[in-house]
Ligand binder design. Sequence first.
Ligand code: ADP
Ligand code: ADP
Length: 233
Amino acid sequence: MIHFEEVSVTYEGHTTPTIQHVQLTIPEGELVLLIGPSGVGKSTLLGTVSGLVPHFTGGTLRGRVTVDGRDTRTHKPRELADLVGTVGQDPLAHFVTDTVEDELAYGMESLGLAPHVMRRRVEETLDLLGLADLRDRPIATLSGGQQQRVAIGSVLTPHPKVLVLDEPTSALDPAAAEEVLSVLQRLVHDLGTTVLMAEHRLERVIQYADRALLLPSPSAAPILGTPTEIMAI
Ligand code: ADP
Ligand code: ADP
């Protein structure tokens, strides 16, 4: 589903690449963890999939990243909304509207869908993420776990094939984190979504993952394997 072909990223002002010669394939319909020490380039790698790198970060991307055959460099992140959904650590940074229902609808606005299709997708997503009872609530009054589910819901309504999450549970307590991780697992199993998630709290997420991708250091090749294989390295 996601192909990296000899991908290197060098930020402006840096003399060496932050990630280099990344060559790998992420399979469809799996929950893949991206792990490795802080500063190794996890967010950078995720950014090449969502299109944030290099469109919003600057720097140079060499090689090619394709998602379902589409080159992420030749599309702006907004043009990839029907292919890649992106969620960060802080759900509050993500929101542009006041209520849960408006936020879910907003993600589809640039897609040119008919109003009845948009309404149906909002209903589906509210049900899927267990948010139906909260639809009219101001987002600011929700718990952290509920807010992160809304953030995920808002990128799901365009029906992306891939979901990219950068430490989505880092601002959450363990119970809220579990709430979010079970939602992600359900998306993979029920919808066949491919989920790529950076995470440093391995013990929290490892049981939910099908595979883990380890970035050991900028100069070493990433290793893709089952979580137990990676843990054994
Ligand atoms: P925390 O204290 O935040 O839970 P850990 O002690 O689990 O973090 O890990 C510290 C750092 O080492 C993290 O950045 C994590 O990504 C990395 N790390 C831990 N275990 C592994 C592993 N098996 N493979 C790769 N990186 C690891
Ligand atoms: P991780 O997610 O593993 O912590 P990052 O991808 O965030 O790693 O960062 C890797 C390196 O790239 C760091 O040295 C960071 O300072 C640098 N970096 C990240 N984003 C930018 C940017 N927009 N411009 C310049 N340097 C950046």
